[in-house]
Design a protein around this ligand. Structure first.
Ligand SMILES: [Zn+2]
Length: 104
């Protein structure tokens, strides 16, 4: 009998700041506070700044846009402009989901 353990790749896990569920980092959406104090969605996941993560559940996005989850996670007061930018990203995702669910 070999005691060799299967070598699993370590997958970094992150927590959605709204629902607190953990996911592999690549399945989450990164929101950053840039060094300039801007808050925005970071599609590359590589932008400099403090990051907070949201899962793909649009209910979490809704709560993130309207609530204080990101304020707390990023330690910044979100401005209406920040919220508008996130709302725009949310709307884009909603439109995308409508398309995919209607694809058949
Ligand atoms: Zn979530």
């Amino acid at each position: 009998m070999t005691a060799k353990k299967g070598r699993r790749k370590h997958i970094p896990q992150r927590t959605c700041v709204v629902c607190r569920r953990t996911f592999p980092k690549r399945e989450l959406n990164r929101i950053i506070r840039s060094p300039e104090g801007d808050v925005r969605y970071d599609p590359t996941g590589k932008a400099a700044g403090r990051g907070a993560y949201l899962c793909n559940d649009l209910a979490c996005w809704e709560k993130a846009v309207t609530g204080n989850f990101l304020d707390r996670a990023l330690k910044i007061k979100l401005t209406p402009a920040h919220r508008a930018a996130l709302q725009a990203e949310l709307e884009r995702r909603k439109a995308q989901q409508d398309q995919t669910s209607d694809n058949g």
